[in-house]
Design a protein around this ligand. Sequence first.
Ligand code: PMP
Ligand code: GLN
Length: 381
Amino acid sequence: LVHRMQGYGSTIFAEMTALAVEHDALNLGQGFPDTDGPQEILDAAKAAIDGGRNQYPPGAGEPELLDAIATHQKRFYGLEVDARSQVLVTVGATEAIAATILALCETGDEVVTFEPYYDSYAASIALAGAVRRTSVLRFPDFAVDEDSLRAAFSARTRLVLLNTPHNPTGKVFTRAELELICELAREFDAWVVTDEVYEHLVFDGLEHVPVATLPGMAERTLTISSAGKTFSTTGWKVGWVSGPAQAVAAVRTVKQFLTYVASGPFQPAVALGLGLGDDVYAGLSRSMEGKRDLLVSALRGIGLDVSVPGGTYFVVADAAPLGATDALEFCRELPARAGVAGVPVSVFHDDVDAARTLVRFAFCKRDDVLRDAAARLAALR
Ligand code: PMP
Ligand code: GLN
C-alpha cells in the first residue's frame, strides 16, 4: 500500500458491521436504514431494468436525472443550476467527494475541514496528496470555534470541505456559522465543497441552509448530495455534484477515469424520486425525527449525556457511564458484550481526546430495534 494511504486500512463502518454480524448484534453502527424508501422508486428501478436500460448511460448522467437535480435545487432552494453544464452524476456522494478533491487540489494544497470528519474526507485528501487542516467541533453542542477555524486557513488553503447536516454529530450548521466559513473562504480565495447528503433529514423546524444560497457563494461552491439518504437507498450509490460549469467539468474529467459512469437503471428511479411531492419528503424526515426522539430519550433514560441532533440519522452519546474509557476499545467489545454495535467518534478525529468516550449510534432503524438496543445497553449499567 502506498505511503499516502498508510493508516486507512479498513473503514470503521466495515469493521463494526462485521462485528455486528459475527455477534448477531443490533447494528446501530453503520448508517443505513433497515426499511427501504418509497415503493414508487423501487418500482421505477425495476421498470428501467425490464425496459432495457442496462447499458452505459451518458458520462455526466442520464438527462432526466440531471434535469431532476436542477429542478430540485430550484424547487427547494431557489438555486438556478444548468442541468447540462453544472451537474454531474457520481457513484454516490463518496465518489463526488473524491473526484472533487482530486480535481481541485495540487500536491501540498491544504483542505480545511471540521473534526470529527466523515472518514472518506481524510482518505480523499490523502489520495490527492493534499494536507488536512481541521477545526474541532466539541461535544455536546459542536459549535464552530472561530479562532481555531481561522487558524486552520493559510495561503495554501485550496478548499474548505464542510458537511451540513453533519455526520457524525447530527449538527445542523447555523446560518451565522456558514457565513463565517464563507467569509474566510472568500478572504483566502478558497473553494467551498459542501456535503449536503442529509439535506432532507432536518428536525425541529430547523432550516437547512445550502452554502450555495449564501450571497456571492454560488460561484465558488460545489454542492454534493446523494439519493442514498433522502430515499433510504444507500446501496444504489447514486450521488451528484453541482456548481460552476468549469469546476464541474474539472470534476467530470477525474470522474471519467475513476468509474466512467454511474449505474444506469437507478438513475431514472432517482429522477422520479426527486420529483415526488413535499408530503413524501416531509414524511421521511418526520419518521426519522420520531426515531431520533425515541433513541435520545432511551439513552438519556439510562443516564447517558446525549447531544440532541438537529439532523442526519445519528446521535452522539457519552458512553462513560457504561464503563467506556476509550471509545474504540469500547465499541470493539460492545457487540459481544451487549449485542449492540455503535461507532467510536474518536476515529473521526485527529485530536482523539476531544471524543475519548463518545459513541455514535444510528437511529435509521425500526422502532422495535431501537427499543431493543436501548434495553440491551441499559443492562450494562
Ligand atoms: N457524506 C456523508 C456525510 C455521509 O454520511 C455519507 C454516507 N454515509 C456519504 C457522504 C457517502 O454517501 P454515498 O453512500 O452516497 O456515497
Ligand atoms: N455513511 C454511513 C455512515 O456514516 C456509512 C457509509 C459507509 O459504510 N462507508 O455510517
